[in-house]
Design a protein around this ligand. Structure first.
Ligand SMILES: CC(C)(COP(=O)(O)OP(=O)(O)OC[C@H]1O[C@@H](n2cnc3c(N)ncnc32)[C@H](O)[C@@H]1OP(=O)(O)O)[C@@H](O)C(=O)NCCC(=O)NCCS
Length: 237
């Protein structure tokens, strides 16, 4: 039986891309929103990393980021060998509505080194999430930061849970989810692990996040979107 692929990473033919139309029907992102969704954080080493919403102008940087990924990283993200992004994929991945389809890029020294995204499953309060970090920047905390900031944005627009598909051998991805402090539930089939969890910012999540931040040398650099959610915050736009 063929291995299921993540919906969010499925590479469809042109005009069949999932979620097409969301960008035009969603609210247009103004500069203030984009700035509010950006954040300055630190890698585990203490080096600064900038997170910000993706923009159509990131097309070239995304192509070159993808082209530099190892075969293994690409396979783990898409579940098949996919050496180059097609123009339709580049447009799809860089054009989001920042509500139901959201993507954050991470930049180090102005270079795009990671992308995390979520896409709301139509008609539900759940979004599928996916991440990819440049090989040389893995295990430095970027995947975890992207998860935190994406969950914060998703929660603020009424999405209450994330789901994800990952290969069973992808210990790093599973670790990021489990260590997040969210109440992760997993099931496996056909060599893949399906993960689902509420993104309500509960005590366990806050504690795990605060511990991570305290251990990151220097802590957050004080940019906007510091991930501190108001106690008892309820989802809503
Ligand atoms: C999976 C992936 C996204 C993880 O991203 P990452 O930036 O390497 O993840 P992080 O550095 O945040 O976390 C990796 C590990 O560090 C730990 N960690 C992160 N920040 C930490 C901190 N401040 N202190 C201690 N541990 C920390 C995490 O818990 C995790 O645990 P592990 O040590 O047991 O592996 C990345 O490896 C990748 O891009 N892989 C290829 C594509 C892919 O697999 N995508 C998944 C498809 S959904």
């Amino acid at each position: 039986m063929p291995r299921p692929r993540p919906t969010i990473g499925a590479v469809a033919e042109e005009n069949e891309l999932p979620g097409d139309g969301a960008a035009s029907s969603g609210p247009s992102a103004d500069g203030a929103l984009l700035a509010r969704l950006a954040a300055d954080e630190r890698l585990r080493s203490g080096a600064p990393v900038h997170l910000r919403p993706i923009r159509p102008a990131d097309a070239e940087a995304l192509v070159s980021f993808h082209d530099r990924l190892s075969t293994e990283a690409v396979y783990r993200r898409y579940f098949f060998s996919h050496r180059h992004l097609t123009p339709a994929e580049v447009e799809h991945f860089t054009t989001v509505d920042y509500v139901d389809r959201m993507a954050l890029v991470a930049e180090v020294d102005g270079r795009l080194v990671a992308v995390g995204r979520y896409e709301r499953l139509t008609g539900t309060a759940t979004a599928e999430a996916a991440f990819v970090v440049a090989d040389e920047f893995q295990r430095q905390g970027i995947g975890t930061l992207l998860l935190e900031h994406l969950a914060e944005r998703a929660w603020s627009v009424g999405i209450t849970a994330f789901s994800a598909q990952t290969l069973a051998e992808n210990r790093e991805m599973v670790s990021v989810f489990v260590a997040s402090g969210f109440p992760v539930e997993m099931s496996s089939a056909e060599g893949t692990v399906s993960v689902a969890f509420s993104i309500a910012p509960g005590d366990a999540y806050r504690q795990a996040r605060d511990t991570r931040r305290a251990s990151a040398a220097g802590g957050p650099t004080g940019g906007s979107g510091d991930g501190s959610w108001p106690d008892g915050a309820a989802p809503g736009r």
